[in-house]
Design a protein around this ligand. Structure first.
Ligand code: GLC
Length: 503
């Protein structure tokens, strides 16, 4: 395809901020869709207009007031007649065209993927199959624009059914069978394993299931990895790690087999959404040029969390899904030593409470009282106050395809202390390794002692060092704007995928 023809892009995703979020996937889907509209608009070779985003209409979503309800009849293996009448709620909002797939039996439930704290919904293959099916059916007939998509951008295992459907039931359909597909792997740990008895719920006939090798059950992420025209993950560092058995989560062989069709594109950050100069959740606002408001944020945060606001000793915050990936256990193991060295910890997490059990035990011990604030819920505004009000930000992730927290904390003048892995290694420069360009602190390995040592280095710099201000300044100056590098890199990848599909 000539690079001067505009291209039409549709996203299918299970999360999109601010409607549905459990993690960074939601931030990326929202911010990238918007940034592509901005970068593409006006550019001769960019996108036609806006990205079309397809998302389930989960329970509790505030449907935009101006949304238009469009009826759609979709093949559905669980419907007695074989088709289900559902609705798309379509609105132009946040810089893209949002399509909420409205089918209450599938999506009007507690929890995006399963009942809170209780595994997965057993019929997830059906639910996310239906999401993909609705998107493909709508796109097949011209979608919201009247023209079929050039490229379908799918995200994580939830949208793996789209790859299977394209290669089976839509094979001969020029609009869908001919569309290029890019898979972005945000999280390699979740595969959407679908056992054989559930596989028919994807909407493929027994023959079609056999043809795509799904007779004995199917790993939806693997299906998308092997079938998409191009596959990327969200940092070059993690793309390299994912090829190894240590980080590949059983898919390293499939990823290696894709050769140069698998690569990394570093996520950006929505720099308008994340800006301490305009952040309404903060008690005081500040900027790179004038950081004086950060002190007020610190005092207010400590007060809010029941910690002593007048205590000058270092406060480290940590925010994340309560998932083994994020290294909460590493923090729990390091916490007694950190407390003994004078640190205080502010931790905010949502998800499975067991993950945080060991940390809760330390927080509730006599030594932890007044030193560890552990808040177990999802709280957007408190998260913002924790990015702003802490002295340092912890991200001891076991693996991290990209990570958002470290980028936010850099922008909020709160130096990150990270495990050197994946996207964290790509985005945080250790100041002891590179005193001129350094923006934070990185440690290697899984030993809690390494985390404690990194925190000790943090405190040496913070308390002793006149260069501290320049460290904060450099961190706040890093340009993570989606429009600078990431969105153009996706545009490039889309063009390549389209050319590969056409060939
Ligand atoms: C997942 C990954 C995280 C990444 C995010 C968005 O949550 O674990 O590293 O930043 O997706 O791509």
């Amino acid at each position: 395809m000539s690079s001067s023809r505009p291209i039409r892009v549709a996203f299918i995703a299970a999360e999109c901020e601010p409607w549905a979020k459990t993690g960074g996937l939601a931030d990326v889907v929202d911010a990238l869709a918007r940034a592509l509209g901005q970068v593409g608009l006006g550019a001769a070779c960019g996108l036609a207009d806006l990205v079309d985003v397809y998302l389930p209409n989960y329970r509790g979503i505030q449907v935009p007031g101006a949304a238009q309800a469009v009826p759609l009849s979709v093949p559905d293996p669980l419907a007695r007649s074989g088709t289900t009448a559902l609705r798309l709620l379509i609105s132009e909002t946040h810089g893209y065209r949002l399509h909420l797939v409205d089918h209450p039996p599938a999506f009007d439930r507690d929890g995006l993927y399963g009942p809170p704290g209780d595994g997965d919904h057993p019929d997830n293959a059906w639910r996310f199959g239906l999401l993909c099916r609705a998107a493909l059916e709508h796109l097949r007939t011209g979608g919201s624009t009247g023209a079929p998509p050039d490229l379908i951008h799918i995200h994580d295992w939830h949208t793996g059914p789209a790859a299977l459907l394209r290669d089976s039931v839509y094979r001969a359909d020029p609009a869908i069978g001919g569309a290029a597909m890019l898979l972005t792997v945000h999280n390699l740990a979740y595969h959407g394993w679908t056992p054989p008895e559930r596989a028919p719920e994807l909407g493929l006939s027994p023959r079609e299931l056999a043809a795509v090798g799904a007779t004995n059950g199917i790993d939806l992420l693997r299906a998308a990895v092997t079938r998409s025209d191009l596959v990327n993950t969200v940092s070059p560092g993690f793309a390299a790690e994912a090829l190894t058995p240590e980080f590949g989560m059983g898919l390293d062989g499939d990823l290696r087999a894709r050769g140069d069709r698998f690569f990394g594109i570093l996520n950006g950050l929505d720099t308008e959404l994340w800006d301490p100069a305009t952040d309404d959740a903060l008690p005081a606002r500040y900027s790179r040029e004038n950081r004086s408001g950060k002190g007020a944020c610190r005092r207010a945060l400590l007060g809010e969390l029941g910690l002593d606001p007048s205590d000058a000793r270092p406060v480290l915050s940590m925010i994340g899904r309560l998932d083994r990936q994020k290294g909460f256990d590493l923090l729990a193991a390091a916490a007694p030593a950190l407390i003994a060295q004078g640190f205080r910890l502010a931790v905010l997490g949502s998800g499975s409470h067991e993950v945080v059990e060991p940390l809760r035990a330390v927080a509730q011990s006599p030594a932890g009282a007044g030193r560890i604030a552990l808040v177990e819920r999802f709280d957007r505004d408190l998260a913002r106050r924790m990015y702003a009000g802490a002295d340092g930000f912890l991200m001891p992730s076991r693996f991290e395809p990209c990570g958002t927290g470290q980028m936010v904390s850099l922008r909020y003048g709160t130096p990150p202390i990270v495990r050197a892995t994946g996207g964290l290694r790509d985005t945080v420069i250790d100041v002891d390794r590179d005193p001129v360009a350094g923006t934070g602190f990185a440690f290697e390995g899984e030993d809690p002692k390494a985390l404690v040592a990194a925190c000790a280095r943090f405190e040496r710099h913070r308390s002793g060092d006149r260069a501290w201000d320049s460290l904060l300044d450099r961190g706040m100056a890093v340009d993570f704007d989606w429009r600078s590098a990431s969105a153009p890199a996706y545009l490039e990848a889309y063009r390549r995928a389209i050319a590969l599909r056409a060939a």
